[in-house]
Design a protein around this ligand. Structure first.
Ligand SMILES: Cc1cc2nc3c(=O)[nH]c(=O)nc-3n(C[C@H](O)[C@H](O)[C@H](O)COP(=O)(O)OP(=O)(O)OC[C@H]3O[C@@H](n4cnc5c(N)ncnc54)[C@H](O)[C@@H]3O)c2cc1C
Length: 430
């Protein structure tokens, strides 16, 4: 383990949103009394992949990105579209049923300082975080490295890469996503990913213009969830220009046995389009059909999940983000990942500050005590989303339409408490 005045040597596997924000948090929440940790991020791809759909960064997520210096980069580049509420519509009548609002009591957002939400592509959110990373000389990002072996002992962790290089560190943080090598090769090999039964088929459609030259009207302000009998279709702006609309169809799709099978199924974009058109037939607003017809580069994203619970850590290795707790989308997934990174970094910072010879596992345990309940609850919520997406008859659809506004009303104060919470100052009990 690092001596008192030498920096803690940390390896993070995975240059996705969890890995990058955890690196920022570890830098920010390291105690001033100790040298900054030396952090090396290893990403398996040749560069961080900026593909993906549009995610909603909730107020708690924006607050943390602001603390980490990444929101400033996102704003400076004008990425994303501010979102005051996610509105819920019945696909067949077009009527608005309810909304999940981020506007807060004075319309400026939730919390202090107030934040609303931001709908942004996964790629642009990653670009913002990467720009913040570049400002820290203690963080190094190395791409194109495939891990073949992970070993730990009382002195540290050793990683072997496919090219034969072996690197060591005091601790390893696995931020390598749902199919995490850190988990599957080291922490809990038995905990494999499971197909959730739903896919997100998504693309971006350029907005059509009417004869007068104006853009076709949208029924939503920024983001609308359109509930149909056979899935939920998310339609949303994702940048200030509002000339393109993100279309994401959450729908039940039978399992395909292999990864190659999923790839082949996803490669047939026209089949995916026909499938979505058929599933969302009968929409009251013709815009829905236009968006599905026009969506470019339709991508089929099978939603994999991990079992609830599971093991997150060994003595020197910790899992953060999807590698620990991938779950179907429940509206706050990205914020949950930022919270993971910040709380973990604060616990580790506390351990570094104490510097009393206790094993680093003490900090890992403190983090798990803070996190388990929140993650378990989010997991249960995500199962309700899966049920809502599943195919239903007309009666089932009517029941869903009755329950959803009630559910949003019932859970509002609980959701808002999370949106307001600032985990940079919350009690660690450690
Ligand atoms: C390319 C891509 C596109 C996505 N698109 C969507 C989307 O459209 N909608 C959605 O809801 N979610 C999407 N996700 C998932 C979403 O990003 C995550 O659910 C969430 O943000 C949690 O982030 P994470 O960093 O824990 O995991 P991820 O975002 O999955 O990031 C994991 C990172 O680790 C890297 N990695 C994997 N294995 C290794 C290894 N052995 N060594 C080093 N690095 C490794 C991956 O390349 C990736 O960069 C996408 C993920 C990826 C990787």
């Amino acid at each position: 383990m690092a001596k008192e005045n030498s920096p803690l040597n940390i390896i993070i596997l995975g240059g996705g949103i969890a890995g990058l924000t955890t690196a920022l948090a570890l830098t920010k929440y390291a105690p001033a009394s100790r040298p900054s940790p030396r952090i090396t991020l290893y990403e398996v791809r040749p560069e961080p992949a900026t593909i993906g759909g549009a995610v909603n960064l909730t107020p708690n997520a924006l607050r943390l990105l602001s603390h980490l210096g990444a929101l400033q980069e996102i704003r400076a580049n004008n990425y994303g579209k501010e979102c005051g509420a996610v509105e819920v519509f019945d696909l067949y009548s077009g009527s608005k049923l309810s909304e999940s609002s981020f506007r807060g009591p004075e319309g400026k957002g939730l919390g202090n300082p107030p934040f609303t939400a931001l709908r942004i592509t996964r790629g642009e959110s990653l670009q913002g975080v990467l720009a913040a990373i570049e400002k820290h000389s203690n963080i190094k990002l190395i791409c194109g490295k495939k891990t073949t072996d992970i070993k730990e002992d009382a002195n540290g962790v050793n990683l072997t890469f496919e090219d034969g290089e072996i690197v060591s560190a005091d601790i390893l943080i696995g931020c390598d996503g749902i199919h995490s090598v850190t988990r599957l090769k080291h922490v809990e090999p038995e905990r494999k990913s499971i197909y959730s039964g739903i896919c997100n088929a998504f693309g971006f459609a350029l907005r059509r213009k009417t004869a007068s030259g104006a853009y076709e009207e949208t029924h939503f302000e920024t983001s609308g969830m359109n509930f149909g009998r056979r899935g939920i279709l998310l339609t949303s702006f994702h940048d200030e220009k509002k000339d393109s609309i993100y279309v994401g169809a959450l729908m039940q799709v039978p399992e395909i046995a292999s990864r190659d099978g999923w790839k082949a199924r996803g490669a047939d974009a026209e089949k995916t389009r026909q499938d979505i058109l058929e599933r969302y037939a009968g929409a009251a607003n013709p815009l829905i059909n236009h968006l599905i017809e026009d969506a470019q580069d339709l991508y089929l994203w099978p939603v994999f999940t991990l079992s609830k619970g599971g093991k997150w850590a060994t003595d020197r290795v910790m899992l953060i983000g999807d590698s620990a707790h991938a779950m179907p989308p429940q509206g706050e997934s990205t914020g949950i990942v930022f919270e993971d990174g910040v709380l973990f970094a604060r616990c580790l910072g506390r351990w570094m500050e104490k510097n009393d010879g206790a094993p680093v596992k003490e900090a890992f345990d403190a983090y798990e005590r803070l996190r388990r309940q929140r993650i378990d609850t989010a997991f249960d919520e995500s199962q309700s989303v899966v049920k809502t997406v599943n195919d239903a008859g007309w009666l089932g659809h009517r029941i869903k339409l009755t329950i959803v506004p009630w559910y949003l009303w019932w859970t509002r104060s609980y959701r808002e408490a999370h949106f307001i919470e600032d985990v940079t100052t919350s009690d660690l009990n450690y």
